[in-house]
Each structure stands twice: as structure tokens, then as C-alpha cells.
Design a protein around this ligand. Sequence first.
Ligand code: SF4
Length: 473
Amino acid sequence: MSGKENKGGMKQLSPIDVYTLLPKTNCKECGEDNCMAFATKVVNREVNIDMCPPLLTKANEKNYKKLKEMLKPAVKEVTVGVGERAVKIGGKLVMYRHEFTYNNPTAIAIDVTDEMSDNEVLARVKYTQDFTYTYIGYNLQLQMIAVRSTSNDAEKFKATVKKVAENTILPIVLCSFDPAIIESGLMAIPKANPLIYAANKDNWKEMAELALMYKCPLAVSAPNDISLLKSMVKTLNQYGIENLVLDPGTFTRTGLVDTINNFTMIRRAACNLGDELLGFPTIGTPIAAWAETNNSETVNAWTEAHVASMLVTRFVDVLIMHGTEGWALLPLTVLRQNIYTDPRKPVAVKAGLRTFGTPDENSPVFMTSNFALTYYTVAQDIESSGIASYLIVVDSEGTAIDSGVAGRKLTAETVADAIKESGLEDKVKHRKLIIPGKASRISGEIEELSNWEVLVGPRDSSGIPKFVQDKWK
Ligand code: SF4
């Protein structure tokens, strides 16, 4: 793959580049004080250029188009499904998350086949739709159902697609290389905007016609052959298909190195080399691990899970999976969440006072930082202990206790201020604050500044119940 570094990417775009093309009247209709302030927010993707009404007039049409082109993400954003659970995939601006922020977390699809019993299909659909895991304040979910034709019977496939669609609002991926089977699935859900999986070198024309007729996105499959993938994209683009998803193949055993290389090269070509033919979302199929019939189910599930995790770190936009074990899906969704948070902003919760149970004037008062992971761990430990208590969440700018103390984000002053602002001096009779063990070095200073007695609690919040039992009088 060759090409020169793309200097037009989002990373290099400056507010001046955008400002030059704005109407520059400082009219404030966009809600900003002036055009430069608006341009700065556009560059940071905090506002959309459509929020500048004068830019939408005929007189500014040319500049509007130029700006649209300049701001276009390196990876096209494609929508699958309709309604409240429709999923946007791709839309990436950069290759690495530290360069900016990743949009549109990897969508995870769980499969059903047209040879599964009705009960099994419905149970898997319900499991996928209802899957939710709360992690540091975020609801982690699964996004899609992949309906696979394993019977190669068009009528059976159509019936399964219909059944799935009647029982879920999640977007659907229709999986078969046979255009006749895909067509029967599309006839069951003509307006649902499913993702067709997939066009290949043999069926691309029929698949393209179906994608055009039903106006839905199309996955393009060229296993381990990026040149073929590009040439198919070019042909499909010329055919009028704009919403494509790239499948360079997922090889779960000996081809793992190729798999990771291909996904990486595709994203690098799109984001850093400006290769528009590869500027589409990607789809990975770790479900391929289940093709290994000599292994136990556990080994296949494990292989699928680790391949899926690797692909999430290698920019994949859609994953098709079979396993539904919590031990595989929980770590995977947490990993995805960690990668798709904004690296410029620490994951923080609102500072302030929290109560657990019905605390009274004698109840213990704990303190922690507003780093989300710390807060939710502490809150969960207090809640499960059943101790009615208060918790002062101090604004440490989203840093954990030890790094907050070391970096002076969590200081005796901020703790003393937080005690005052909490209003606890009117709520409790005592003046005792239990601080985390990792903040012990500022305990003396807190006492001096707040006039509260400081009890140094456990280093790990799992020790809170025992600490309260032994030390709280
Ligand atoms: S609405 Fe447009 S022209 Fe008016 S201040 Fe905002 S950016 Fe400038």
C-alpha cells in the first residue's frame, strides 16, 4: 500500500481553516460570541456547521460544501437499522484514540441461525436485546442480531428473519453469500435497513442490486486480499453503493497475524494515507472460531473472545459473535468502553454529597475522589455493606486517590472545602471523617484545615465493613 501522509485529516485542521470559510459576521445566531469561537468548537467537534444559519444560505453554498468536505471523517459513518436502537458505525476521524476521540463504539452482533428452534432463536434475541451491564455509570449493551442462513433454504431464512424482527428492535445483519437467500430475508424486513453480509467477487453484482433496491448498507468480503477489497469497493461505488462495510476476513487460528495486519492496514490507509477506497467501517467475524469442531465449546468460546478483544483494539466497527457467556461478553464490553472514552477528559462523576440508606446524626462519614472507577467501587462496597452513611465525593479532577494526592489534585484544602459545602456540619453531631488509606499522608493537614478528626480507613474499600465494625463508635 502506498500514498503520502494525509495532511487534510482532522488532527491538522485548525480553527483558522474553518473560520476562513464562515460568513465572519459575528452575528451570534449560532449561540457563540463570534465566528472564531464557533470555528474552534467545530474543530473540536462540539458543534455542527449546520448550526450557523447564515452558512446555510444560497450565498454561502460553496463554502458550506467546502467545509463539509474538510470535516468529513476519514472513515465514513454508516447507519444500520432504524428507530431508537439504530446503530451508527465508523465515523472515525483518527487512527489512534490519543489523537482525538473515537466515535461510535464497536457494535456487537450475536448470531441466530435458521436451523435453531424457535425457542432458541427467541431466547438468544431476548438475551441480546436485554443485555445490560452498568460499569462506572455507563450502560454497556449489545447492538445487533446476525441472522445466518445455515439451511440454505430461502423460505426458512425468511421465516427466521421475520420472527427475529417481530421480537426485537435491534438492527439485523442478514448473513449469506447467496443473493437469493438474502433477497428472501430482505423481503421479510423491507424497511428495516439491515446490513447485508456479504458481497464477494462472485456475487457482488446481485448483492449490489439488492442493496440499491432496498437502500441498505452492504458488507464486502475479500478474505486476506486488500487489493481485491479495494477493487470491489471501487466497482461498487461506481455502481452507486455508498454505504459499504469492509470485511478483510477473520482467521482465528494460524491466520491471526494476517487478520490483525489487515484491519490495521485498512484503518491506517484511511486515516493516515487518505485512501478513500478503504475509508469505510470494518466488520470482524470472531464467530469463525466455532468452525473448529475438534475443540470443546469452552475452547471455541475462549478463542472467539480473545480474537474479538484484539479486533476491538484494532479499530473494528462491527463484530459477529456466537458465544453469550458473561465471562466473554463482560470483559469485551468493558474493554470497548475503556477504548471509546474521551482520552482528553478523565472519567469523572459529579462531586458532592451522597447518602447510603437512611443515615442519621451518628452515621459515619466517608470521603473519596470523583474518579469514576474509584467512586463506583467505593459506593458499591458501602451499599453492599448495608451501612447507613454519608460519602463526600471530592472533586479531584477525575484522578484516583493516590495519583490525586501525589499530583495535588486531591489536597487537604479541597477536602476541607468539600466538607463545608456538603452541609454535613448541620447533619451529623460528630466531627469524624473516614478517609481512604491511600490519602493518609494528608490526614494531619485535613484535621488542621477542617477541625474534623480524621480516621484513616482501609486502603481498599472492600475493607470498609470491617473497619466500621472495629473502629466506628
Ligand atoms: S452564526 Fe455563523 S456567522 Fe453568525 S457568529 Fe455564528 S458562526 Fe459567525
